[in-house]
Design a protein around this ligand. Structure first.
Ligand code: PLP
Length: 406
């Protein structure tokens, strides 16, 4: 039967303490115990249903975690203060000194910097590969490799990882297959395709209002329990726990994620089609011209489309900057990093979100100076937005004037 992530979220039912239609927010960092013995058992991880201290978990965090686990179809989930808090804790839980990671070379700049610059200080080395080249991926797996890491739709190049093949490779070599699904919530369900651990930055589409940070690690009960273990759990000890107030607000926003993703995808698809007709160099997984289009089709859950992210290469950083400044002046969006907002956001990844990646490496992976990453917003009239964007492109010289008259 087809996997229906939004139905799974909708089927959960939580009430507040006094019959409220939203669950009550646990506005406490610590919890009382009627007996000292129960407190001891909770520390030992043996007292189901008891709360200890909110860095461990809290009722609000559990509600949000369960909703996200339902979305991804994993046994459970653990919410964190940021996406990086999820990624780093999950990696540090699995790896120890001497461990090796195979990771896609086109991933979010922060994750890249963590693997390239930070983790080696603890004896954890990473080999970066072209994740779409299965032979290359398999060739670099060694006996110390513990994790195969990728993003379902990569930041910022929008490469599509073939999760079924990667999942099988992970099984063959006994690796943990970890997938960052931040760009494609609902549309792609990595755990249904072979991922062991699924991560999101909740800061993006899932929360959708650019007002808070958050992250989640979705996985087995055993893995999540290990992360929260008071003695050696990476999340418990590194301390990247989410505040309950924010967990409650993210849960409320999660309720409209399916509607928002459809609109983000609809708008991005419309712009991609028009821009491609105009002869612009766009990358969008929904276009037949995208090298990962068929791979995406084979993995996607129907209804949610190809997501809100698209890139446009305008040839030079100067042109990219002028275009973004003009589009912001015309109120078509904001020159800002991040994604998943109601308003279109744009930035040049080479000098912002991927600036941690050296110039040579950017070149090798195809990240050019003039690349603009768009997170397309929820605009009601995308045709009007397109006409206005086109006028900006003509003004900057990205398009020839005749297009302005169409
Ligand atoms: N993963 C991806 C794909 C991202 O784009 C980002 C942030 O831009 C992160 C993870 C990190 O998330 P956060 O900023 O919430 O720590």
């Amino acid at each position: 039967m087809a996997f229906k992530p939004a139905n799974n979220i909708q089927d959960l039912q939580y009430f507040g303490e006094f019959g409220g239609v939203n669950p009550s927010i646990s506005d406490s960092s610590t919890y009382t115990f009627l007996s000292a013995k129960t407190m001891f058992d909770t520390f030992e991880g043996n007292a189901e249903g008891c709360y200890l201290y909110s860095r461990h978990t809290s009722p609000s965090n559990l509600y949000l975690g369960e909703a996200l686990a339902a979305m991804e179809g994993t046994e459970t989930a653990h919410v964190t203060a940021t996406g990086m808090g999820a990624i780093t804790a999950a990696i540090m839980q699995i790896c120890k000194a001497g461990s090796h990671i195979v990771a896609s070379r086109t991933i979010y700049g922060g994750t890249y910097a963590f693997l390239k610059n930070f983790a080696p200080q603890f004896g954890i080395e990473t080999t970066f590969v072209d994740i779409t080249n299965m032979e290359e991926v398999e060739k670099v797996i060694s006996e110390n490799t513990k994790i195969l890491y990728c993003e379902s739709v990569s930041n910022p190049l929008l490469e599509i990882a073939d999760m079924k093949s990667l999942g099988m490779l992970a099984i063959k070599h006994g690796l943990q297959f970890m997938v960052d699904n931040t760009f494609s919530p609902l549309a792609i369900s990595p755990a249904q395709l072979g991922a062991d651990v699924v991560i999101h930055s909740l800061t993006k589409f899932i929360n959708g209002s650019s007002d808070t940070m958050g992250g989640v690690i979705c996985g087995t009960q055993e893995f999540i329990d290990a992360l929260r273990n008071v003695n050696d759990g990476a999340s418990m000890l590194l301390g990247s726990s989410l505040d309950s107030m924010r967990a409650a607000s993210i849960l409320k926003n999660l309720r409209t994620l399916h509607i928002r993703m459809k609109q983000h995808s609809h708008n991005a698809m419309y712009l991609a089609e028009q821009f491609e007709k105009d002869g612009l160099r766009i990358v969008y997984p929904g276009m037949a011209s995208h090298p990962g289009h068929e791979t995406y089709n084979a993995m996607m859950n129907p209804d949610y489309g190809y997501g809100g992210m698209l890139t446009l290469d305008v040839g030079s950083l100067e042109k990219a900057n002028s275009l973004m400044e003009l589009m912001q002046a015309k109120n078509l969006g904001y020159l800002a990093v991040s994604l998943g907002f109601y308003k279109t956001l744009f930035s040049a990844p080479g000098t912002s979100t991927s600036s941690e990646i050296s110039e040579e490496e950017q070149k090798a992976m195809g990240l050019s100076d003039g690349l603009i990453r768009f997170s397309i917003g929820l605009d009601n009239d995308i045709e009007r937005t397109y006409q206005m964007m086109k006028a900006c492109m003509v003004e900057i010289g990205v398009l020839q004037p005749e297009y302005a008259l169409n």
